[in-house]
Write a protein that binds this ligand. Structure first.
Ligand code: FE2
Length: 406
């Protein structure tokens, strides 16, 4: 498949995500972490304009030069970005004007990619992977926007389905020893996945599947949110301050727990993987269960060489589901799995030269690594070496956990 064909496929997929939304839905920002859909639609175009068109297509003229600052996310090398919390304070450019911006960038990218310029392929691949990351953010951000609204509108209706049971939890044993993690030099990977390097692992066990809502309900019933002995200090203080009693998007009605999803509100299904947990909640659950969170190297060692298969966004369910597969399962898709590893540079890590080096390299403090992708990740986007990262308090992603123990 040509680079241009891949480009057009990814761009179309982004726009399809906005189709169920009203214009009014696309401009709201409910917290600093949540960007309006309109901003995502524009920012991913800005990425191609900034890193490819402005430097590699001599005749390119920006549609509006002011968009350079307006839709810059955090690249200080490129000027003064609009503060993140300000993205929902703008009535202009309108959604229609942002779509015209997309058309303008697409037309120029078609000219740039017509000759299949091999030297630009790595940057185009980065732009496409970047846009796929924002596809997931469009879904998780609009979920926060819609769920925060007292009317709790849904993103898109879906026929109710009968879910299977979760498999009984089993422990898979790994011998440990010396191994390698990280992406090799060939093929696309983000810079934080490189270089591939040697690690030494103690023998460990990994749970066969993620923790389910049913298991998490048992933690809640056992006073999980009321027992300080289960919690890290920062998490305990935060959970008190914010009054956490359950995962984000759960609500108690008539003695039962209900959950908001992008396709509607329903009773919590015990078989589903639990999601929308902060790192602190995942860690407290693991302690309660007599286990721990895996190290990211353990997770990758277990996932390496396995097919990248699971419940992804193309199922258009946008909610985790149980799996009927036996053995080590659901490593990919359903829920991002918090690990006990800080997002830190690998040995001999070097960010890419230039502004694009700001992509991951400057977020290597105060963030924990999550692995495996979610039900909102685009299919084909993930790898065993893929390192996502969020601050430990983040709950608005499809973040859950898988237990590990020695
Ligand atoms: Fe971005």
């Amino acid at each position: 498949v040509s680079l241009l064909a891949r480009y057009l496929t990814v761009r179309r997929a982004t726009e399809r995500l906005a189709e169920p939304l009203a214009v009014e839905d696309q401009v709201v920002q409910t917290m600093p972490d949540v960007s309006p859909t309109r901003w995502h639609l524009a920012h991913v175009s800005w990425f191609f304009e900034t890193f490819l068109l402005r430097t590699h297509l001599p005749e390119y003229r920006p549609l509006d030069p002011r968009y350079g600052e307006l839709f810059n996310s955090y690249y200080q090398t490129l000027g003064d970005p609009l503060p993140q919390a300000g993205r929902g304070q703008l009535s202009r450019p309108t959604v229609a004007e942002v779509m015209a911006y997309r058309r303008h960038v697409d037309a120029a990218m078609e000219r740039l990619l017509a000759s299949e310029p091999a030297a630009l392929a790595p940057l185009v691949e980065l732009g496409l992977a970047h846009e796929e990351q924002h596809q997931e953010l469009i879904l998780t951000d609009i979920k926060h926007v819609l769920a925060t609204n007292p009317l709790q509108p849904i993103y898109r209706a879906r026929a109710t389905e009968v879910l299977g049971e979760a498999q009984p939890l089993a422990w898979i044993t790994f011998a440990g020893g010396e191994g390698e993690v990280g992406a090799s030099a060939e093929g696309f990977a983000f810079d934080n996945e490189r270089p591939r390097h040697t690690v030494r692992l103690e023998p460990f066990q990994l749970a066969s599947r993620p923790v389910t809502c049913g298991e998490y309900l048992a933690f809640m019933a056992d006073g999980g949110y009321a027992r300080h002995d289960l919690w890290l200090s920062d998490g305990w203080a935060l959970s008190r301050r914010e009054g956490w009693r359950a995962p984000l998007y759960w609500s108690a009605r008539d003695g039962e727990w209900w959950i908001y999803t992008l396709t509607g509100v329903g009773r919590v299904a015990p078989a589903e993987p639990v999601s929308h947990l902060s790192y602190y909640e995942a860690d407290a659950y693991a302690r309660w269960a007599g286990a721990r969170l895996p190290l990211e190297e353990e997770w990758e060692h277990a996932a390496a060489g396995r097919p990248v298969a699971g419940h992804f966004a193309d199922e258009e369910r946008w909610h985790p589901a149980p799996s009927s597969e036996p053995g080590l399962t659901q490593l990919f898709g359903d829920v991002w799995e918090w690990t006990a590893s800080l997002h830190a540079p690998y040995p001999r890590y070097a960010p890419s030269p230039g502004a694009v080096g700001e992509y991951n390299g400057k977020f290597m403090a105060n963030r924990m690594v999550l692995r495996g992708g979610s039900c909102a990740s685009p299919p084909g986007h993930l790898r065993a070496s893929y390192r996502n990262f969020f601050p430990p308090e983040a709950r608005w992603q499809f973040s859950g956990l898988r237990l590990a123990r020695w």
